[in-house]
Design a protein around this ligand. Sequence first.
Ligand code: ADP
Length: 530
Amino acid sequence: MTPDQPQPILPDDQPAAHEQPLLDRYAEFRFQTVVASITDYAVFMLDPHGNIATWNAGAERIKGYRMDEILGSHFSRFYPADAIAAGRPAQALEAAAAYGRFQDESWRLRKDGSRFWASVTITAVRDESNELRGFIKITRDMTERKRVEALEAATRRLDVFIATLAHELRNQLAPLRHTIGILQSLPPSELGPALTQCKDIADRQIEQLVRLVDDLLDIGRIKSDKLELREAPLNVRDIVYRSVQGIQPKIDARGQQILVRLPPGPVIVHGDDVRLVQVLYNLLDNASKYSPNDERIEIHVRTEGKVVAIDVVDRGIGIMPGAQESIFNLFEQENVAERHAPGGLGLGLAICRKFVDLHGGSITADSAGIGKGSSFTVRLPAAQPDPAFETAQKAPAPSPAHALRILIVDDNRESADTLGILLQIKGHTARVAYHARDALPLAREFAPHLMLIDLSMPDISGFELLQALKASGTAPDAFHVALSGHVRSSDRQETADAGFHDHFAKPIPLDALDELLARVEDDARRRGRL
Ligand code: ADP
């Protein structure tokens, strides 16, 4: 007999076929055919003593015996030795006979001796006079499910371990960070050049560690669904500005530049500002990490109907074809060989995607291939304009009627660049000179409406620069504003005497900056320069 042929499902002492009505015989034939061809389950009959009476294709597949090898054997041969010793096969039949059905999940043996995790149902078969005629046994191989369950349990344990580890690490990092903060507050003269360098290295490394630990904590929250958003209407330009400001030190250290393009007027989304800044920061950090030094990174904000799209574009190592989706998986890292910058753990993009998903948005990656740069696009639902919010937004940061040309002269790159970006975000055109000697030719070419000049620079002081500008007749109509660490009234008098129009302590408070820009705009308009 082969498994394909319908097999008698009842023992031989059943009524002869010719005694059954034709329809009964047809139904039985159909049933036998179906049972014989089932491959997912072992379905077979036992006589009342537990000897195997029928066999199907599934039984052969799962247990490995052909029908001719197994018919007539006792079903206990499928049980491991310890289960036989404990009398399990007999107990199973007794329970099925007593209660009609017996169910169990436990290990069974295949013909080759290997174990599999079986889900077993044994059903008693009785005739009209309630006499026990045998049993139907259905066995399913659950090894794969058992393996998946074991894997899930191990993953859960790992998640708990990661979350606990992250909390512990964070506690240990806090005092270290404070110690570095204390060292940072000491003047470099007190530490000397070698210790200043060590302190800066420790500062950077601790910051990196804190970020990694924060990422691990976020992963813990994501895994346990404990991530909550604190949502409010947000102006996308603020989100962009804060993320750019955060990343600026790293960008400067690599000699890279960020170019920001924003649409005119406020673009509002509803969301959690901290999380959205974190998303853009991560994308900018990657763009910088995976780009050569001195390259340019761009952020473009666009509106596509009811969606706000934010692109972060770089000209770096690019992404392998086919990996644009998988890089968003946890711990996924590509192009490892091409990296020059130290990578992280492969957490950032997974976290970004989760945060953006929670905002009802999407994040995608695009690249023309290795070496061809990458662009990441975050899409968020645009919020309904809220008149109260828009008014509040417009007051401190009016979008200018006319863009001003502004030149910032400051040897502190971080401070100069962030101010430049802030001005760009406000819709103006900003240029930066890190040396006073570069400022003269740049001012000549750029003809700024406003020059923001740091007073203490190593090569030429701000006072000397102003003198040189005036003496050479460079940008004669520009508004000159002095910047310095702190401003006493005597300093203000000194800069006014030297010909500066105003003097601010760094960083310029936002409302003072807006007021200054409005004044310069007025001045430029009166002079017919706008
Ligand atoms: P990490 O940067 O810590 O490895 P992420 O989740 O932020 O982790 O990124 C996952 C992977 O995606 C990176 O390892 C890298 O292979 C790839 N990737 C992310 N951003 C860029 C980018 N701007 N250019 C090229 N590859 C990138």
